[in-house]
Design a protein around this ligand. Structure first.
Ligand code: KIV
Length: 264
């Protein structure tokens, strides 16, 4: 399965024909909003971006991330947040981070009609507990705990589980052990599917490149080049040229419709 993140209408529209699922990830806190972690992302932010993505996709399954603080306190609290996201975005399901400790909440949501995707391994909302973004499952105890987390979330009824940044062969073993699809990110080619953050894939976020990312374009570099060229053209008086201006003759030839008049 092919999953990819999107936070906006144009990116959702571009990927919709190619991917099985679109994840409106809370990674948007870092990639779009310039935050240091995902901890500052709010439910309102996820709903606004979730809505844009749902509106702009026709066939892919859209999953929205539950942000930090919106579901951890209790299953009831999680339901209130989850119901808002489902009702206000129209998405197909939600993703939340955590293992054994979140299993009761996952079961509670699913019993009330909310499809859930789990997320184990490196769970970025727990960055302060991990002390950074290091790969997880380095020791036998750590690997055992992540395996138990994945099993607990699958038992609770999650329809897929994202496995993030774990040491192989852990994700391979999890994929064999759980009856639902695993979606890897920095995990294993043996996972049932893969997900990446679009900004990493396109090189939009190019401050650094995580080892597990493969870049398919250099949009960040091209964007800087284009903006630099525009700035140079304006300063040199090369833009706008006559072709970009409205003259009597062009105004006569093309009468704008009422709709386009309103927009411009
Ligand atoms: O927020 C996100 O983009 C994610 C992916 C990294 C899986 O959770």
């Amino acid at each position: 399965m092919v999953w990819l993140t999107a936070y906006s209408a144009p990116t959702a529209r571009a990927m919709d024909p190619y991917v099985d699922a679109i994840l409106v990830g809370d990674s948007l806190g870092m990639t779009l909003y310039g935050m240091d972690s995902t901890l500052g992302v709010t439910l309102d932010m996820m709903i606004a971006h979730g809505r844009a993505v749902v509106r702009s996709s026709a066939r892919a399954c859209v999953i929205v991330d539950m942000p930090f603080g919106s579901y951890q306190a209790s299953p009831q609290d999680a339901y209130r947040s989850a119901a808002r996201v489902m009702a206000e975005t129209g998405c197909a399901g939600l993703k939340l981070e955590g293992g054994i400790e979140m299993a009761e909440t996952v079961r509670f949501l699913i019993a009330r009609g909310i499809p859930v995707v789990g997320h184990v391994g490196l769970t970025p909302q727990s960055v302060n507990r991990f002390g950074g973004y290091r790969a997880q499952g380095r020791t036998a105890d750590e690997a055992k705990k992540i395996m138990a987390d994945a099993k607990a979330i699958a038992d609770a009824g999650a329809f897929a589980i994202v496995v993030e940044k774990t040491i192989e062969p852990l994700a391979r073993a999890i994929t064999k052990a759980v009856p639902v699809p695993t979606i890897g990110i920095g995990a294993s080619p043996a996972c049932d599917g893969q997900v990446l953050v679009l900004d990493d894939v396109l090189g939009i976020f190019d401050a650094f490149k995580p080892k597990f990312v493969k870049r398919y374009a250099e949009i960040g570099r091209d964007m800087r080049k284009a903006i630099g060229a525009y700035a140079a053209d304006v300063r040199a008086g090369r833009f706008p040229a006559l072709e970009h201006c409205f003259t009597e003759s062009t105004a006569e030839k093309k009468k704008p419709s009422a709709k386009s008049k309103q927009k411009r």
